[in-house]
Design a protein around this ligand. Structure first.
Ligand code: LLP
Length: 420
């Protein structure tokens, strides 16, 4: 459920007509609905209502905009961060350190120092080598780091290969069969307090079965670790629950079903559960608003050339992702078209042979479900400045990230003196 609806024949975000934003800010522009984010945060929290004080640590990578973090902070969410940059953004937005978990396969000593200094809930370690580095860093600082190992349960998540993470051949986590030895090693090292277990098997998961299978393996591991004398008090079950992109595709499992499955599987774990949802919270809360530059005939279908491109929204070219494309003021006409951007690559294609409302030069369109992994994955390829972001909250709206100007791209480069 989101708050993008037609009112009087014009697509609105909450109470704001999208053409008003296009006129004031220009296109392309990302538009976010605060009410949708709040709603999703609440739905997820309610789905976990049966659990004892779970920590919902929003996966900042999905959308790290400061205004988004502020909305979610006010909903009581913590943060799952994967870099020093994300940690600093979460802290700058006022998220309390004890609500922050630090994930990621390549944490550097510098990032470890930053986060230890500022405080956190736990480090999710991904190798014994990383545990050794953190031990050295923490001991040097005279600190003890709360840690979990992220285990790789070797399950096929059933999502796109580029965003599945829980199979044995993936780079993530330690093999679950080696976990007991890894915890023993961590306990023998100074400066580490192994107190949790973590798992995350992938993103945009459309079935609960692989999650349940991974969680059951984690449950067995917790029992084994306790037998070996470890005091395990936290379990981080990661993120990954999918969201609807295509209204005609089967719906992914609801947060409610997910919550029931988790409550059932973890009933006797006796730990504080942590969750790291990203896409579920912000995915449907954003659109990319774009203008049609022109319509060009094609060999089979015409090309609708829009002013957004693969550098603004990479998901279709990177993962063959499907995003709904809607007219902002639908005319009720029909066309079959290829929707493409201006970038000089055939991969700069948002949709092929798409059935859509008839589009003409100057029309506004939206790519829906562009709140997660969209603006944050943008680049300046083809010297296209980064797209601005707008947040709507009821009848109010504000630019929450300015459009980058080409001058700043040019200024960031240096011509060495021998070429000047
Ligand atoms: N926790 C960890 C350790 C993760 O790696 C991720 C996502 C999440 C939580 C949040 O997963 P979510 O609830 O959002 O599914 N760029 C890709 C998605 C990459 C996901 C990376 N990790 C896309 O556009 O589909």
């Amino acid at each position: 459920m989101d708050h993008f609806h037609l009112k009087g024949g014009v697509l609105h975000c909450e109470d704001v007509p999208l053409p008003a934003i296009a006129e004031a800010v220009g296109t392309p522009v990302y538009v976010y609905s605060a009410a949708t984010m709040r709603r999703h945060a609440r739905v997820f929290r309610e789905a976990l209502a049966g659990l004892d004080d779970p920590l919902v640590a929003y996966a900042v990578k999905a959308n790290p905009n400061a205004a988004v973090l502020a909305v979610l902070r006010d909903e009581g969410l913590g943060a799952d961060v994967v870099s020093g940059g994300e940690y600093r953004r979460a802290r700058a937005a006022g998220i309390a350190p004890e609500k922050i978990v630090f994930s990621g396969v390549g944490k550097t000593a510098e990032e470890m120092r930053l986060v230890l200094d500022g405080g956190l809930c736990q480090f999710n370690l991904e190798s014994v080598e990383e545990a050794e580095m953190l031990s050295a860093v923490a001991s040097n600082m005279g600190r003890t780091a709360p840690v979990a190992f992220r285990v790789n349960p070797d399950v096929e998540a059933g999502s796109h290969a580029k965003i599945s993470t829980g199979a044995a051949h993936n780079k993530f986590g330690i093999p679950i069969g080696e976990a007991v030895a890894a915890y023993a090693r961590a306990r023998s090292l100074p400066g580490l307090d192994p107190q949790g277990v973590a798992v995350h098997i992938g993103s945009q998961l459309t079935s609960l079965a692989p999650l349940e299978s991974a969680f059951r393996k984690v449950g067995e591991l917790i029992a084994d670790l306790r037998k070996a004398g470890h005091d395990i008090v936290k379990a981080d079950l990661g993120g990954g629950l999918g969201i609807p992109y295509d209204p005609e595709a089967p719906l992914p499992p609801s947060p409610e079903l997910y919550g029931r499955m988790v409550a059932d599987v973890t009933a006797d774990w006796n730990v504080r559960l942590i969750f790291e949802p990203g896409r579920l919270i912000v995915g449907n809360a954003g659109v990319l608003l774009t203008e049609v530059i022109r319509v060009k005939p094609g060999a089979t279908d015409p090309f609708v050339i829009v002013d957004a491109a693969m550098n603004d929204l990479m998901r279709p070219s990177l993962y063959d992702a499907w995003h709904a494309i809607d007219a902002v003021t639908p005319k009720g006409t029909h066309m079959t078209a290829n929707v493409v951007g201006p970038v000089c690559e055939t991969g700069d294609t948002f949709a092929t042979a798409r059935e859509m409302d008839g589009a003409r030069a100057g029309d506004l369109l939206v790519f829906r479900t562009a709140g997660a992994y969209a603006a944050t994955m943008a680049s300046t390829y083809n010297s296209r400045p980064l797209t601005p972001e707008v947040m709507v909250d009821g009848g109010r709206w504000a630019v929450v990230r300015e459009r980058q100007d080409v001058e700043s791209l040019i200024r960031a480069d240096r011509i060495p003196d021998w070429l000047a």
